[in-house]
Design a protein around this ligand. Structure first.
Ligand SMILES: Cc1ncc(COP(=O)(O)O)c(C=O)c1O
Length: 417
């Protein structure tokens, strides 16, 4: 595009934006939560799943206290998601984030070698990643070191170099399947290297947050290799602590979360949980067992979610590729995930914050720009997360068209300056 072409085009785009400003919307693509239509898929969990037997397979009265590790049938069910044996599976309450927090809290204060004794504790943060992971680390005073993602997981050369040299690096977060927000799944090679790498800290942990383990959008289903198995083979059995939950399978407000790790780790964590509570909600665990049953039932249930979600991702793809081709192709890059809940946009450097602000001015809320980076700091200012799940299809179309205008407006203004 010549400067003259750009100036002319900018006038047209500005006029379009002014029209939006005159009649602002009231929409959000900020929240990665299931739509009401998706929640309906699990109403039967509450309304049509009567518990007829109050005793679990391991003879616990599920109405009463007891069974801190979870009822046996729930440990079996979650073992299917975590690829773990019953003894390696701990089933908790409704939030995997809370289990992660409790785990980190234990490692920081109450483990046999608590990190709090060290001068500094650092974590590797594959970025763009999940902002709530970064909030958690920041809250605990753990220093965050961003490492770029490659499309197949974290850049392993950088990870290996850092962790082999610095004993204050105590761990890292990984979202192995359909990462929030890039949608990528870690390759087998990355799994092998993470499980086997030399770490200067001998108590290095990987918080393996498999929140989207069965959340496929396409037939080409992706799944990260079983890291615990590799870690055991590499004689690092306690390195990996895996987490899953049914938040985006059934009801986020009333789901069930679980941990998968070596038997030693599970015992250690159970001990720390025993100081916090007597047992989690076993009735809800049982309801989930009756509702989700087995692998086949889970697959069928998740296919219904995909039926609702996939068209939204298709829309985003269609609208972006129709708008940003030819001369405008370089304005933006976007992911086309096979699963999970997000599309990640990479804008031209220095444009993301202004695009999100421009959207806000016309009444469309996006996740704050660069929130996927530790401390919300991304020197390139080029990261925007789209969370289309909650939006109605018509609203999504409107929001995406407005977003295209805002991206073009900001990119042209920056180029001409
Ligand atoms: C990567 C990731 N982990 C965890 C969660 C939340 O999990 P839970 O509801 O089990 O606490 C989310 C929700 O968006 C997520 O994206």
């Amino acid at each position: 595009m010549t400067t003259e072409d750009m100036t002319n085009r900018l006038e047209t785009v500005r006029a379009q934006y002014e029209l939006y400003k005159e009649r602002p919307f009231d929409l959000t693509l900020a929240r990665g939560i299931p739509s009401t239509e998706q929640l309906k898929l699990s109403e039967a969990l509450i309304n049509e799943t009567p518990i007829e037997n109050w005793y679990s397979k391991d003879e616990l009265d599920i109405r009463n206290y007891g069974g801190l590790f979870g009822i046996q049938e729930a440990r079996e069910l979650f073992g299917l998601l975590l690829d773990t044996e019953v003894e390696e599976t701990f089933v908790g309450g409704n939030s995997s984030l809370q289990l992660m927090y409790a785990t980190l809290n234990h490692l920081m204060f109450t483990s046999s070698n608590p990190w709090i004794k060290e001068e500094k504790v650092k974590f590797i943060c594959p970025s763009p990643g999940y902002d709530r992971h970064w909030f958690m680390l920041d809250h605990m005073g753990i220093e965050m070191i961003p490492v770029e993602l490659t499309g197949n997981g974290p850049d392993m050369e950088t990870v290996e170099k850092l962790v082999s040299q610095d004993p204050s690096i105590k761990g890292m977060f990984v979202v192995p399947t359909y990462n929030n927000p890039t949608g990528e799944t870690v390759s087998d090679d990355v799994v092998d290297r993470l499980a086997g790498m030399h770490t200067a800290a001998d108590d290095f942990v990987i918080i393996w947050d498999n929140a989207y383990v069965v959340h496929h959008l396409r037939d080409s289903k992706k799944q990260a290799k079983n890291i615990l198995e590799v870690a055991k083979r590499e004689l690092n059995p306690d390195r990996v602590i895996q987490f899953v939950s049914t938040s985006k399978m059934t009801l986020p407000g009333a789901g069930v979360a679980a941990i998968g790790a070596s038997e030693a780790r599970i015992s250690e964590l159970a001990l720390t949980f025993s100081k916090q509570l007597i047992s989690f909600d076993k009735l809800n665990q049982m309801r989930h067992v009756l509702f989700l049953k087995d692998k086949e039932t889970i697959e069928k249930h998740m296919a219904k979610h995909a039926e609702i979600l996939a068209p939204k991702f298709d829309w985003i793809e269609a609208i972006l590729s129709a708008y940003f081709h030819g001369e405008r192709q370089s304005f933006i890059e976007w992911t086309e995930p096979d699963g999970g809940y997000f599309v990640h946009l990479t804008t031209q450097d220095g444009c993301a914050t202004e695009i999100v602000e421009k959207m806000k001015e016309i009444g469309i809320e996006l996740t704050p720009s660069n929130a996927a980076y530790p401390y919300g700091i991304n020197p390139k200012d080029n990261s925007i997360r789209l969370a289309p799940s909650f939006a109605k299809p018509d609203d999504l179309e409107i929001a995406m068209e407005a977003l295209c205008t805002c991206i073009e407006l900001v990119t042209l203004e920056k180029s001409l300056n």
